[in-house]
Design a protein around this ligand. Structure first.
Ligand SMILES: N[C@@H](CCC(=O)N[C@@H](CS)C(=O)NCC(=O)O)C(=O)O
Length: 227
């Protein structure tokens, strides 16, 4: 059985799933979900959110649930630490990446100075009129999502200061150790790296990573294991 990943290539949650599958040495097939019109794969993901993975007819949606399924399918190398306290920490960090860092991605990639690379990544499979229409509509839609969450109401300087604080916390946690939790790569490293990876595609995010050698070295370490 070869799992089928339904993805938006640009999505850090989809990157997280790809990294987990590579780490576990799994082969998979990819179906790229079109940005528009929405709903084409509603039978796969009723919420319209991706990633979704078809495991031989059983569909898993949500990257956290998908990683749990992958862990059951291929237990080693383990992504969920065996020690209960480490596992709890890893899951908290994973959720922080998914539910907090993600909104820095959504907010910062839509800033005018970063928008060109954002739209290029988002629309890699689109051309012609469809590409122009989605490119025209997307900034307003994404701005609305960022404002609804709250980060999008802050000044650029305040957002960068918030992210710098988060990166300082990551750098401090990584001081003297290779991985975020315990002594092996885990779901925490995969989830956080997937977000840092897209944030590195913003001018401000890249500068923040480069100013923290420990964070930069960890990024390369996670990539070597999962890219
Ligand atoms: N909690 C979900 C989040 C997935 C998610 O929000 N994916 C975005 C792409 S980055 C999406 O599908 N957005 C489409 C939509 O909201 O309609 C996970 O971990 O998989």
């Amino acid at each position: 059985m070869t799992p089928i990943l339904y993805q938006f290539r640009i999505s850090p949650y989809c990157d997280k799933v790809r990294r987990a599958m590579r780490l576990k040495g799994l082969a998979w097939q990819t179906v790229e979900v079109p940005i528009a019109p929405p709903g084409k794969f509603k039978h796969i993901s009723p919420t319209g959110k991706f990633p979704a993975v078809d495991f031989g007819g059983e569909i898993a949606v949500d990257s956290t649930d998908i990683l749990a399924r992958l862990e059951a399918l291929v237990p080693t190398p383990a992504l969920f630490p065996a020690d209960a306290r480490d596992r709890a920490e890893a899951l908290i960090l994973e959720d922080w990446a998914d539910e907090s860092l993600y909104f820095f991605d959504l907010t910062m990639r839509n800033w005018p100075q970063n928008r060109m690379s954002f739209l290029d990544d988002l629309l890699h499979a689109e051309s012609g009129l469809k590409r122009r229409v989605i490119a025209a509509v997307t900034p307003g839609v994404v701005r609305g999502q960022a404002r609804a969450q709250g980060l999008g109401r802050k000044s650029e300087a305040a957002v960068v200061a918030d992210l710098a604080r988060h990166y300082d916390a990551l750098a401090a946690r990584l001081d003297g150790r290779d991985w975020l939790v315990g002594d092996a790569i885990s779901i925490a490293d995969i989830a956080v790296r997937a977000m840092v990876f897209v944030l590195d595609r913003t001018i401000e995010g890249r500068a923040l990573t480069q100013a923290r050698p420990g964070l930069d070295a960890w990024s390369r370490r996670v990539d070597a294991a999962s890219l």
